[in-house]
Ligand binder design. Structure first.
Ligand SMILES: O=C(O)CCC(=O)C(=O)O
Length: 495
């Protein structure tokens, strides 16, 4: 998969489209993947978005709704072909179609041009594959054909379903946006901000004092240089090491590494499946032996729970565009994330700042955020531009480790195919927060508190008292006053 970063640097001017800041109306010029806004200047590259050079024009000719208004006399075939269902929103039509099986969708596709487009919407077929082929699948470039070839192996998909019909005069913002998000380049301005503190060779004491105790992110350079993983791990090595017997967790399914790479090589979708496996070291012990916990994170109070500790370490792999949408790590844990191959763009907000477009439930257990990471950048990243409380951002490259303090919101997008290891842990400065942070999870809270009391008598009381003293100190100087340097509009960590 080509490196997004290098593509951005080339700053190609072709295949770009400009979005209307005021009217949000797009005009799609068929056959060229090129969209431009009436009344907007094409030379305005900084304001524009770029479509990936590999992007096909929309498979079924779907155009954004705004184009309808520039084609006088044309009728939206979306509506005429849906009959009485035309009053439903696109999401609702798709939700209803989501209840059907593959054969019913196939039959419905022949009813009208509109049903043809809706029933060919790839996420419907993706769901069918993920719900029905949980032991793995052979992705063959499209979710629909992947499903059909798994269920009807004798059916010749090469000649029929691979051919897609373009439908004239079908206008839908929802379906168009799904295509757009799958094919959009990361904009240069989404990547350029780098305001994290970087440290190389600091002592554990300095890390604890300057970052862990004050709960601030830091990017640590050079602390995993001795990892065999950094030297060895690439596709060929991992496929050979893991063989064809081992399967890894990929969303709701389990996949062989070979099959996952086959998928990630061909995928072109808004939310690529992400390999995220907490049992990798049990499945393939050598994977666990080829890395070690960086020196800064060796104290982990969750160890007191022994075998009962929740999942705490993951191997992560994914193509460019995959990643993690905004969330806070569970159980008030902190985390470190080491990039072994590739690179990741990080955006982090402190615990008291809910990122724009994110709506956590009152108890914080559920997070409603925009459909995809790319959509967040498209629709919400710009909103943070003039915030006093701007996020911490960076690109973490192979060999670098980011410290994610507990309670911080974070979003991550892989800029190229990436492999990483992450671990969640509880350090002494965070132990009291963790005990209170697990209060809603009664079992975990009691178990952890009792285990800590048994191993370190009196420690919780002592830490809670320290925490109280810290809060009193902090009230005197608000967090943002302490980190924002208003003169340069960037972060200044005054430790
Ligand atoms: O996608 C990634 O590498 C980030 C993972 C992450 O945010 C997490 O494990 O909490």
């Amino acid at each position: 998969m080509m490196n997004l970063l290098s593509r951005i640097k080339k700053r190609r001017t072709k295949n770009k489209f400009i979005r209307n800041r005021n009217k949000n109306i797009l005009k799609h010029k068929n056959n060229q993947n090129r969209i431009s806004l009436i009344e907007e200047e094409e030379e305005d590259i900084e304001e524009g978005f770029s479509i990936k050079s590999s992007a096909p024009s929309h498979t079924h000719g779907v155009q954004p709704l705004g184009n309808l208004y520039f084609n006088p006399g044309s009728i939206n075939s979306r509506d005429t072909g849906l009959g009485n269902l035309h009053t439903l929103t696109d999401e609702l039509v798709l939700d209803i179609l989501g209840f059907l099986d593959g054969s019913s969708l196939g039959v419905l596709a022949s009813v009208s041009k509109s049903f043809y487009v809706f029933t060919n919407h790839e996420p419907i077929w993706r769901n069918l594959v993920l719900e029905n082929l949980i032991d793995g699948f052979q992705y063959n470039g499209l979710w629909k054909t992947t499903f059909v070839s798994a269920y009807y192996p004798s059916f010749d998909i090469s000649s029929s379903d691979r051919r897609s019909f373009k439908v004239r005069d079908f206008y839908s913002d929802y379906l168009f946006q799904s295509w757009l998000c799958a094919n959009l380049e990361m904009k240069h301005e989404w990547l350029e901000r780098d305001n994290i503190v970087r440290k190389r060779g600091i002592s554990v004491e300095e890390f604890v004092r300057s970052f862990e105790e004050v709960n601030k992110p830091v990017l640590l350079e050079g602390c995993i240089d001795n990892w065999d993983a950094l030297r060895n791990w690439d596709r060929d090595y991992l496929v050979k090491l893991c063989g064809d017997d081992v399967k890894f967790s990929v969303g709701p399914v389990e996949m062989k590494l070979r099959d996952y790479f086959r998928y990630s090589d061909q995928v072109r979708e808004e939310r690529p499946l992400y390999l995220f496996d907490p049992k990798f070291a049990e499945k393939v012990p050598k994977l666990g032996l080829e890395y070690e916990v960086p020196v800064y994170f060796r104290e982990d109070l969750f160890d007191v729970l022994g075998n009962e500790r929740p999942d705490y370490r993951w191997i992560i792999m994914g193509p460019a565009g995959s990643g993690s949408s905004f969330h806070v790590d569970p159980n008030s844990t902190s985390a470190w994330n080491a990039v072994i191959k590739g690179s990741k763009k990080w955006v982090l907000f402190p615990p008291d700042v809910i990122p724009p477009g994110v709506h956590p439930s009152p108890d914080g257990a559920d997070v409603a955020s925009p459909v995809s990471i790319i959509e967040w950048f498209m629709n919400f990243y710009g909103a943070t531009k003039n915030w006093k409380k701007r996020p911490i951002e960076c690109i973490c490259k192979a060999g670098e480790v980011i410290f994610v303090p507990n309670g911080w919101w974070h979003l991550v997008i892989n800029l190229e195919e990436s492999i990483a290891i992450t671990q969640n842990y509880v350090s002494r400065p965070n132990a009291s927060t963790l005990v209170s942070g697990t209060e809603d999870r009664v079992n975990l809270h009691d178990k952890f508190k009792n285990a800590i009391e048994a191993s370190f008598p009196g420690a919780i009381d002592e830490l809670t008292q320290k925490e109280e003293e810290k809060k009193i100190q902090q009230r005197k100087l608000s967090f943002w006053d302490s980190v924002v340097d208003s003169n340069v509009g960037a972060f200044k960590f005054s430790f």
